[in-house]
Design a protein around this ligand. Structure first.
Ligand code: TMP
Length: 237
């Protein structure tokens, strides 16, 4: 593809997004910056940008093979990927298989308790409001997504959970929960966007329940870089 990087159009906490010579495509660049608690905790996870770029793209390819449309187009360097230009919907779409994190805190359930079925929840992406939980009625009432779009998102989220849970089980990892984002193509088609990485998923070792994700950074558990490397190593064996 003859896509060249132009001006930066957005800088998030973990990635930069650039316009290209073709309005149908962006280039995303993954950084080593890490934040938690809505940016209150800041740090660097050396090599994270490379792992998250390459791992996200492996996940996107796996999901595409399983019938899920994504924004992925082509990896062009360790940290850079061409993606389709989408409008990100301002939602964090979270699927959980096992209680952890904010779910455990909110409902007083011990971390590690298997849920009877996967759950789906949404947060409004809004830093100033600290990404509050939002329900489907609110999402539709605010015009963020209509009922048909919510249906697409719901099916996409559960399908991704099925595909990824099986994939990770095969490499000795429990997929505890994860966050995805949806984007809209100019024709209104909803596709999976953003990233899928240890920043956005909880991964526990199937034998030891050792955390192999960003919780090591959030909770100061140490061996953060090693956890990212271990996940990446298992994906690639
Ligand atoms: P939570 O238990 O803190 O709500 O997190 C649920 C999942 O979402 C977990 O896999 C981590 C991921 N996540 C993000 O990707 N970005 C965020 O800003 C937060 C808070 C969580």
């Amino acid at each position: 593809m003859n896509i060249t990087k132009q001006n930066q159009i957005y800088e998030g906490k973990a990635k930069k997004v650039f316009a290209t010579n073709d309005p149908a495509y962006y280039i995303v660049e993954y950084k080593d910056d890490a934040t938690a608690f809505n940016g209150i905790k800041k740090g660097t996870i050396t090599g994270k940008g490379i792992i998250n770029n390459r791992m996200s793209n492996i996940m996107f390819r796996l999901l595409e093979k399983n019938g899920i449309r994504t924004h992925f187009v082509e990896e062009i360097s360790d940290r850079e990927t061409i993606v389709r230009a989408v409008k990100i919907m301002p939602l964090e779409i979270i699927v959980r298989n096992v209680a952890a994190g904010s779910f455990s805190k909110r409902y007083g359930v011990e971390e590690g308790r298997e849920l009877l079925h996967p759950t789906l929840e949404f947060s409004l992406k809004n830093d100033a409001l600290n990404d509050p939980l939002i329900n489907e009625s609110h999402i539709a009432a605010l015009g963020i997504a209509n009922e048909l779009e919510l249906d697409v998102i719901r099916r996409m989220a559960y399908k991704i959970n099925d595909v990824m849970s099986k994939f990770f089980a095969g490499i000795g990892i429990r997929l505890i929960d994860f966050k995805i984002e949806a984007g809209k193509l100019p024709d209104g088609t909803i596709v999976l966007a953003d990233e899928i990485s240890p920043d956005t998923c909880r991964f526990w070792d199937a034998k030891t329940n050792e955390k192999l994700d960003k919780d090591r950074f959030r909770r100061d558990l140490g061996n953060v870089e090693e956890a990212y490397q271990e996940i990446f190593r298992r994906i690639n064996v």
